[in-house]
Design a protein around this ligand. Sequence first.
Ligand code: SF4
Length: 214
Amino acid sequence: MGEAKKIRVDMHEGQLSTDLERYRQLALELGASKASIVKAEQIPVDERVQMKCQIPRCFGYGVGAQCPPNTMKAAELRELLAKYQWAVLFIKDIPAEVIVRDRATIKERVEAYQQLYSIVSEVESAAFHDGHYLAFGFAAGSCRHTFCGQLADCQAMKGDKCRFSLKSRPSMEAVGIDVYKMVALAGWDIFPIGSGDKAPNVPKGTLAGLVIVQ
Ligand code: SF4
């Protein structure tokens, strides 16, 4: 992180395109496979994505503060996004044997998700300190399993402080962003992967993160 910039009423609008490119590069330096600058109005938000958390019921549904039905609804996100113009999207490709639900690769899988969350929080923090102080980001999967998987519960659900308050955040899909569509729109490859899928049938795994900058 560079030196914090003085807050300005224009939120450093003139610096925005340079900053966006820097955040794109930062995501790549931190381990993203691909990164792109996107318009906020092109982020596809769809209520049906949150419906898929419930039907069939995801193991993360209702058990963490950052997952449905406890996080913001698609309509709320849509309203928020209308106030923003630019975002940085990135993906991290991981091997098929790591993305599929196989106990043998659980350590690598959790590490990959943790790295994705780190990229989101680093890029968001860089934007914040550059004066884009309303920047916010979304990661992938569920923080309940990425950070608290070995623990009995989500502390924030009990009204206590989140154990990983600066790293934990909702996933893109948890708030209704159609990640498959957004990654495909960026021109990158992504494949549907179901709970019972086995590695030989999966070309690769893709984790996605998004930081809405200004
Ligand atoms: S990181 Fe842990 S304590 Fe924090 S919201 Fe997620 S599950 Fe709850």
